[in-house]
Ligand binder design. Structure first.
Ligand SMILES: Nc1ncnc2c1ncn2[C@@H]1O[C@H](COP(=O)(O)OP(=O)(O)OP(=O)(O)O)[C@@H](O)[C@H]1O
Ligand SMILES: O=c1ccn([C@@H]2O[C@H](COP(=O)(O)O)[C@@H](O)[C@H]2O)c(=O)[nH]1
Length: 238
């Protein structure tokens, strides 16, 4: 079995993917399957922190187009990520692996607050860390959160686990002629305006010299395959 390329990673888990075959909400079999994949990755000897998205429930931009202020919409989106985070934490724990949800918001009845110290402590104890609440600030995304947390906790890479198998020249769901890139620099990703991640996330990754790998989680075991250098995805690195 190939050795993992990285020893500590932040995985950005698509919120949208957690809805499974549905258009909204949390599909438990999907969450359970992802929990299995994360546990398998940890067994490879990789320390794992997961930043969970919220696209299966609320995106601030969508809510604000209905009349709610953008800041309130974004706060609703961040709270949605906390719900996803709790679902994933519970699924991992049910399978007998320790997990710890940490939130960007103070919510002591729900879970502990994210601090670098809390994340380091949990990782050192062999827990899978599940990060909810985004950055805690409106106008950001969980992609940017993933890069930020990776820099904060000293992770070696950000793995964007999503519903496409890499970065394309155009959205592959809209343009069947779009071409997939094997590799891009951060600057090329920003200049290309590829909407698979927001430019803030790419810019922070460039600033902090963090590689980002964009890949599909549709196939069970795909996170482990990426970490063993065998999966299909786009690497965005300087
Ligand atoms: N150039 C591109 N290359 C690849 N995917 C793209 C591109 N432009 C747009 N996309 C779209 O980006 C989506 C992935 O980004 P998005 O942030 O929506 O994913 P996500 O991580 O699933 O989000 P969330 O966590 O908010 O649910 C894909 O579904 C894809 O259709
Ligand atoms: O730092 C953050 C992170 C997220 N948000 C809001 O949450 C939703 C869901 O996150 P996704 O990254 O889209 O999955 C997002 O649309 C924002 O509204 C935020 O405000 N700040």
């Amino acid at each position: 079995m190939a050795e993992p390329v990285y020893r500590r990673v932040v995985i950005k888990l698509s919120g949208e993917y957690l809805a499974g075959p549905h258009s909204f909400g949390i599909d438990q079999p999907t969450v359970d399957r992802i929990a299995d994949d994360l546990i398998a990755v940890q067994k490879l000897g990789v320390e794992v922190a997961v930043v969970v998205g919220g696209g299966n429930m609320v995106r601030g931009v969508d809510v604000s187009s209905q009349g709610v202020s953008r800041s309130t919409g974004d706060t609703m989106g961040m709270l949605a990520t906390v719900m996803n985070c709790l679902a994933l934490e519970a699924a991992i724990q049910r399978k007998g692996t320790p997990a710890q949800a940490l939130s960007a918001f103070v919510m002591p009845e729900v879970c502990k607050l994210f601090t670098r110290a809390a994340a380091h402590k949990s990782l050192a104890k062999g827990r899978i860390v599940v990060l909810g609440g985004g950055t805690g600030n409106p106008y950001f995304t969980t992609d940017t959160t993933a890069v930020l947390r990776a820099a904060e906790i000293g992770a070696q890479a950000v793995l964007k686990a999503t519903n496409v198998d890499g970065v394309y020249s155009a959205d592959p769901k809209k343009d069947p002629a779009a071409k997939r890139f094997d590799r891009l620099t951060h600057s090329q990703a920003i200049e290309g305006g590829y909407k698979v991640m927001d430019a803030t996330a790419f810019a922070l990754a460039r600033e902090t010299s963090l590689p980002i790998i964009v890949f599909s989680i549709a196939e069970p075991g795909s996170i482990g395959a990426i970490l063993q250098g065998e999966g299909r995805g786009t690497i965005v690195a300087g």
